[in-house]
Design a protein around this ligand. Structure first.
Ligand SMILES: Nc1ncnc2c1ncn2[C@@H]1O[C@H](COP(=O)(O)OP(=O)(O)OP(=O)(O)O)[C@@H](O)[C@H]1O
Length: 801
């Protein structure tokens, strides 16, 4: 166990004003809040004006990517190494908790910690060829102190309860854990659950998340050796707490007020729990509310915990900001105990023992061979062998001449021989006992008859009459003391545990839809296509070309003169063509632009081919993982499937080499993508220089010279499309958007495919129309949401009664 401190980061929501009194220190860790003195308290009062805090980091104006790196990266690495983790966002309503945890409405670039975690997890799974991983996800919602299973079937929320396992770790009994084999599958589950939550949010309150949610990634890791019983289980809770709210200030009423009261109550219990932990009280009130019961490990158990305190540093929220920072600094005093969770699965231990037995038998057989003994079986005897042994034992006891000894070539056989002797002994004893009892019965009957004769006929023999020999120790119907009930077991006892192989359930893992990534691209193209079409309507020439023009008064005058000269449509482009071919400076600038464009094209080409190769490798990895899962699922537990067969071995080898290729291409792709931005900038700079050069050269030419040049150029038409390529920077930019999604972020394919698959909008997208209405996932999520609402109403009705 390693003692570790809970880490706390502050993240600020960007504000319009800069006068909130919140100041961030240059060390990036300290933050102070100045509270204006309450004038009503008089000139001399003791009210504190400035409050300073120190945290593990203050994230101001940072991108989602940077926030993930600072806050979550290390915890996710820990998850993959077998450590539990919790990351939770806390803060007033509207401070940016959901933005941080799930992401913003504008999609991929603004995706939050949860989608980034899933990407990170599956990237690691793909990279670690020496390990086998199983990943599950679950999504829990706590709304009005009730637990909801956001990924469950109808009715699955009803039996949910927070319990403790044998290691005192908290878990939610009955919560659905969905197995996921790829980033896309995991994201689709997240979007589905999120959509259910969001839709519910719309029904109940349009602006804000009114519930606490816990999205959990469960990871099971084994070494690649299929027979290994060593499994490491870890989970990461990603918690988005509902925002605290001063109901007097917001003036909410009705259902919203009730929700706010539930939220505030659970948050104040959270605060009490943290206070109690930081005072090291003997009793910590984890059980007071569902939220603290769920967060039990995060606050003091086996868990690497990070808190993000979201603040909204507007002057009107100073009080909330101060209270969030105070709570955050108390959380920072907490410590947790970290340990890798090795599985104590009895099934796994059983497999280890079975393997050891197999090895020992092999060892014995080898020793027998080396010492020249005939082949001895160390297995349990079969029924036929047992029958044979018992008959030999009978004949041995009967002293038959041909049976001089019982088989004793192994300890097991010696034991079985003794058992056979005992069985024969019991049988003989039973037989003798039976005979003795019969003799006694006969003697009793004789005695009774004699007594009857002695006392006179017709007065006895009825049921219940006392046996006249009871005084001698015998009673009618009482069994002799050494009599035994008949054996109900088979003659040879129970079978020797030879049939222990239970049929393993077939893991019928369906192949991931291989065309999904491509079709997602088509989707993306149609989304971006709208923007591109808008761009295409702009004029391909004119003074606004490429956004480059003249600045200042003189420039405006020059621009006005030029536009008068170029009033004839096409003149400007015609002269521009001449400038690029006939004017030395123009030629030089045009060549520089061409070179920059060629370099950009090359980089794009390698991104495209590396991207295709990465995607192909990823597809192949998924196929191989599915094939391996099928083989493992089909192998009987404890049987030969525990040892690598040649086909599984070949699949693993194949997987290893594909993963190596994937890694190499991925690194190449990363490098090429790093090159892309400078290349794009290079083209933009060269284009701007060319256009600027042209405009300032044209401004220095006489009107007559330019008109003559235009007439000459018109006589020699330019290459079709040339202007489009070189002059319309706006359009080029729009076109580039389409290429960008695929070229800059081949990683985003899973994200877009998952959105499409779940029929959801990007997390954080508001409005009832945000989801793809009518699509399969959308319909499922909507149904889940209405189910959830129904359950809430039923439970509320129940509570009211
Ligand atoms: N760091 C940020 N950068 C850009 N926009 C942000 C940031 N933080 C928050 N926002 C924006 O502020 C708004 C409120 O954020 P969000 O919904 O995440 O708040 P919240 O704390 O989850 O609120 P609630 O508790 O009420 O659900 C959103 O429109 C979000 O996009």
């Amino acid at each position: 166990m390693v003692k570790t401190a809970v880490k706390v980061f502050v993240r600020t929501r960007p504000t319009a004003t800069n006068s909130s009194g919140v100041k961030i220190g240059s060390d990036g860790q300290s933050i102070s809040v100045n509270v204006p003195k309450d004038q009503s308290a008089g000139i001399i009062n003791n009210q504190q004006e400035s409050f300073s805090f120190k945290f593990d980091g203050v994230l101001e104006n940072v991108s989602q990517d940077a926030a993930y790196t600072a806050v979550a990266h290390e915890v996710v690495d820990g998850l993959m190494a077998g450590y539990n983790g919790t990351i939770f966002c806390y803060g007033q309503t509207g401070a940016g908790k959901t933005f941080t945890m799930s992401g913003g409405s504008s999609g991929y670039a603004h995706r939050g910690i949860i989608p980034r975690t899933l990407h990170h997890v599956f990237r690691e799974v793909d990279m670690r060829v020496d390990k086998m991983y199983r990943v599950h996800v679950s999504y829990l919602e706590i709304y009005n102190e009730q637990l909801y299973d956001l990924l469950g079937e109808p009715g699955s929320s009803e039996g949910l309860a927070v319990l403790e396992d044998t290691n005192n770790n908290a878990y939610v009994r009955g919560l659905t854990l969905v197995p996921v084999r790829s980033e896309e599958e995991a994201l689709a589950q997240f979007f589905l659950g999120e959509q259910g939550r969001t839709t519910a949010g719309h029904v109940l309150n349009a602006e804000s998340s009114r519930s606490h949610t816990v999205f959990t990634v469960h990871v099971e890791m084994r070494t690649s050796d299929a027979a290994s019983e060593r499994a490491v289980l870890s989970k990461l809770n990603l918690v988005d707490l509902a925002g605290s709210e001063r109901t007097k200030k917001t003036g909410v009423t009705g259902q919203t007020l009730k929700e706010a009261q539930f939220i505030n109550r659970s948050l104040s219990f959270l605060e009490q729990t943290v206070n109690s932990l930081s005072r090291r009280d003997a009793y910590v009130p984890f059980r007071q509310t569902k939220l603290t019961a769920v967060l039990r490990d995060a606050l003091g158990g086996n868990c690497k915990t990070v808190m993000i305190a979201n603040i909204w540093a507007e002057p009107s929220h100073t009080e909330e900001t101060l209270s969030t920072l105070r709570f955050a600094s108390r959380v920072r005093t907490l410590t947790t105990q970290l340990a890798v969770n090795e599985s104590s699965d009895p099934g796994l231990l059983l497999r280890r023992y079975e393997r050891q037995i197999k090895e020992l038998k092999a060892e014995l057989a080898m020793r027998d061979t080396l010492s020249g003994r005939s082949r001895v079986s160390y297995d349990d005897p079969t029924d036929d062998e047992l029958r044979e042994l018992h008959s030999t034992a009978r004949r041995f006891l009967a002293g038959e001449a041909d049976v001089e000894e019982l088989p004793a070539d192994s300890l097991k056989r010696v034991r079985e021989a003794f058992k056979a002797l005992r069985a024969v002994h019991a049988a003989v004893k039973g037989e003798l006992g039976g005979q003795l009892a019969a003799m006694r019965r006969a003697a009793t009957e004789e005695g009774a008859q004699a007594a009857a004769q002695a006392t006179g006929a017709g007065s006895g023999g009825g049921v219940g009459e006392v046996d006249p020999r009871a005084a001698a120790g015998f009673t009618v119907g009482q069994a002799p003391l050494d009599a035994r009930p008949p054996q109900t077991r088979s003659e040879f006892g129970t079978a020797g545990g030879d049939g222990g192989a239970a049929a393993a359930a077939a893991a019928a893992a369906a192949q991931a839809p291989l065309g999904a990534q491509l079709s997602s691209l088509t989707d993306v193209a149609s989304t971006v296509g709208g923007g591109a079409a808008d761009g295409a309507q702009r004029s391909p020439s004119g003074a606004s070309v490429g956004g480059v023009g003249f600045a200042g008064g003189a420039a405006t005058a020059a621009a006005a003169r030029l536009s008068a000269i170029f009033a004839v449509p096409g003149d400007r482009n015609a002269v521009f063509r001449k400038y690029k071919t006939d004017v030395a400076e123009g030629r030089e600038l045009a060549d520089a632009l061409k070179a920059a464009m060629t370099a950009l094209k090359e980089t794009r080409g390698s991104i495209k081919s590396l991207g295709e190769s990465v995607n192909e490798a990823k597809k192949r990895i998924d196929e191989l993982n599915a094939a391996l899962a099928l083989r493992r699922g089909a192998a009987p537990a404890g049987g030969d499937g525990e040892v690598l067969d040649s086909e599984t071995y070949a699949l693993l080898q194949d997987l290893k080499s594909v993963k190596q290729r994937y890694r190499a291409d991925f690194d190449g792709l990363k490098e090429a993508r790093e090159e892309l931005e400078p290349r794009i900038q290079g083209v933009a700079v060269a284009r701007a220089a060319l256009l600027e050069g042209f405009d300032s050269w044209a401004a220095g030419q006489s009107e007559g010279a330019l008109r003559r040049m235009a007439a000459a150029a018109r006589a020699v038409p330019g290459t079709p499309g040339e202007e489009d390529d070189e002059l319309d920077a706006g359009e080029a930019f729009e076109r580039m958007q389409l290429a960008r999604i695929t070229e800059r972020d081949p990683d985003s394919l899973a994200y877009h495919a998952a959105l499409r698959r779940s029929g959801a909008a990007a997390p954080g997208a508001a409005g009832p129309g945000a989801g793809a209405a009518g699509s399969g996932g959308g319909a499922k999520a909507a149904a889940a949401a209405s189910r959830r609402l129904e359950q809430t109403q039923t439970m509320n009705r129940g509570a009211a009664r």
